[in-house]
Design a protein around this ligand. Sequence first.
Ligand code: 5GP
Ligand code: ZN
Length: 108
Amino acid sequence: MERECVFCKIIRGESPADFVYKGEEIVVFKDIRPEAPIHLLVVPRKHIPTVNDLTEEDRLLVGEMFLKARAIAQRLGIAERGYRLILNVERGGGQIIFHLHMHLLGGW
Ligand code: 5GP
Ligand code: ZN
């Protein structure tokens, strides 16, 4: 449910988060339980539960997520050294929050 969705609440400003980027289509904020020195979540404003729910109309949005992750890695100075981009899909894939997001981990 979008009303109850943790990430929709953060995007609407109803729950706090440590934002590093706010754009028209995408926001990026720090993961509350970081598993790396830098652990960010790249999140579309549009509520899409999982990768399995993507449609043709999301083609540009998915590209934006990757390009924004790349840009932020560069801005933070971790691009050359390397970083991980992770998408957990459905419960069996380790997904806990059912609002599409890409993890960006790095800074080791
Ligand atoms: P998933 O397993 O669904 O791919 O990852 C969800 C991620 O969201 C987890 O790494 C978790 O720590 C993070 N997370 C869960 N709730 C919140 C929250 O309220 N705020 C922030 N910033 N991150 C959260
Ligand atoms: Zn949502």
